[in-house]
Design a protein around this ligand. Structure first.
Ligand SMILES: Nc1nc2c(ncn2[C@@H]2O[C@H](COP(=O)(O)OP(=O)(O)OP(=O)(O)O)[C@@H](O)[C@H]2O)c(=O)[nH]1
Length: 224
């Protein structure tokens, strides 16, 4: 039986189990998908998290879907994130829909320098509600926060939209790395929390509070 977190589960128990020493070197695993319009920076976001590097300026649109694994440590627990990078182009949508169903978390990106990528977020959320699990963790990310001169979406607008849908929000930069790791760490902590892996003395985890307390703001926001 497959557990909702991809870990080995005792048949009938339903709960994720700790891996034995002979099993892979992580305690918990989860599937995360990157979604958003073409060109918002999903591939760069993943590459920055995985390799700490920013890809060249050449934009090569993702074809179909691809994934990378990375293990992060949260309070001594190793959480393997299987991160799926989807193609933002409309013509690949039917392919990516098939992958929504067993994702535990979705990072939904728009580009702060591209208004239509922000305007399309509602349509993305409609698709998510149609195809993803009801309790999927969603985080809204306004990417390319490093290019403040070309900003056309105010940070407040991202915050208002996120509040409307009850999801955490932050601005990010796949170029400088601003809030990139934080987004994945917040997801890993939430997965750990949902799997009931809190220590007895740990306070209950609230993803909104965690993101709000940890996120960095862009150094200057001269948007008028
Ligand atoms: N300045 C800046 N440029 C970025 C950032 N993230 C991505 N880019 C650039 O934006 C372009 C598109 O980035 P990708 O990561 O390929 O976009 P994508 O969302 O994966 O696009 P699809 O694969 O078509 O869905 C590339 O030229 C990147 O170099 C960022 O945070 N800041």
């Amino acid at each position: 039986m497959r557990s909702p977190f991809g870990t080995t589960a005792t048949p009938g128990s339903g709960a994720p189990q700790r891996f034995s020493p002979s099993s892979p070197s992580y305690d918990l695993a989860g599937k995360v998908m990157l979604l958003g319009d073409s060109g918002v920076g999903k591939t760069c976001f993943l590459i920055h998290f995985k390799d700490g590097a920013f890809l060249s300026k050449t934009f090569i649109a993702t074809v179909g879907i691809d994934f990378r694994n990375k293990v992060v440590t949260v309070d001594g627990m190793k959480v393997k994130l299987q991160i799926w990078d989807t193609a933002g182009q409309e013509r690949f949508r039917s392919v990516t829909h098939a992958y929504y169903r067993d994702a535990q978390a979705l990072l939904l990106l728009y580009d702060i320098t591209n208004k239509s990528s922000f305007d399309n977020i509602r349509a993305w959320l409609t698709e998510i509600h149609e195809y993803a699990q009801k309790d999927v963790v969603i985080m809204l990310l306004g990417n390319k926060a490093d290019v403040s001169r070309e900003r056309v979406v105010r940070s407040e607008d991202g915050e208002t939209l996120a509040r409307e849908y009850g999801v955490p929000f932050m601005e990010t930069s796949a170029k400088t790395g601003m809030n990139v790791e934080l987004a994945f760490l917040a997801i890993a902590r939430e997965l750990k929390h949902r799997a009931g892996r809190q220590q007895a003395n740990e306070p209950s985890f609230q993803i909104h509070d965690y993101v709000e307390s940890q996120k960095k703001q862009p150094s200057c926001c001269p948007f008028v």
